[in-house]
Write a protein that binds this ligand. Structure first.
Ligand code: ZN
Length: 236
């Protein structure tokens, strides 16, 4: 059992489809394999259900099987999200995530993606209440913030970054970036900037260890990058 951190560590978390979550300290977390297995099973059971005659007892049996897989998925997912959020809250003082537009995302009808979205929403809710229960800080960053396309070292922005690109090199400072880790680092820095400038949900900020570089106070121009919005939307 990990002990709660007293060091005032801050973490940024990038949520995505390639990995469920990637953190600013370089950890990548995937959905448990069992969950994927259940999801494949769900698809199969739903197909079987659709082939059964309406009103038949076979249809009723098939319906119960679908419900059972749904329950398994919910349990498995909740277990994973509880453990991961507990670990992150225990190890950090400040947790920064991107503000997800759950309502907008729910209009997406793709099953796999919608399951991801439910997971992200639940995960953020868990992070938030677990953090608040321990007097820690949960901070959301505006989703227009171009976390993927900004170099976290020199804050240089690339014009476009195709979703297929998992690694890229900053032309300005020549740093090689892992796309998701770089995004998580930018989220962390932006979250800390919001907290220290007092424009966040909470005006006070505990003694958090900021990186020496820090982020300049004025990044308003960065925060409204519309192109990043497009990249983000396409990646969902
Ligand atoms: Zn750079």
């Amino acid at each position: 059992m990990p002990q709660p951190s007293r060091e005032g560590k801050a973490i940024g978390i990038d949520l995505g489809l390639n990995h469920f979550a990637v953190t600013s300290d370089g950890s990548k977390f995937d959905n448990p394999r069992l969950l994927n297995k259940h999801q494949q099973n769900l698809k199969l059971k739903q197909q079987q259900l659709s082939r059964k005659q309406k009103g038949s007892s076979n249809r009723n049996k098939a319906r119960k099987k679908v419900a059972r897989v749904h329950r398994k998925i919910n349990n498995c997912s909740a277990d994973f999200l509880h453990k991961l959020s507990r670990r992150i809250v225990n190890e950090n003082q400040v947790i920064v995530v991107e503000n997800l537009n759950i309502k907008g995302m729910m209009q997406n009808h793709c099953l796999a993606k919608s399951i991801h979205q439910v997971g992200w929403g639940m995960f953020c809710t868990m992070l938030k209440y677990k953090a608040q229960a321990e007097g820690k800080i949960y901070q959301e960053v505006d989703r227009f913030f171009p976390s993927s396309k900004t170099c976290h070292v020199c804050l240089n922005q690339v014009g476009s970054l195709s979703l297929a690109v998992r690694n890229w090199t900053c032309r300005h400072c020549l740093t090689l970036h892992d796309r998701d880790v770089n995004a998580a680092l930018n989220l962390r820095d932006e979250g800390l900037r919001i907290l220290t400038s007092g424009t966040g949900d909470k005006a006070c900020c505990p003694d958090v260890s900021r990186t020496k570089r820090g982020r300049k106070k004025s990044t308003t121009a960065l925060s409204v990058g519309q192109e990043a919005y497009c990249v983000r939307e396409a990646s969902l």
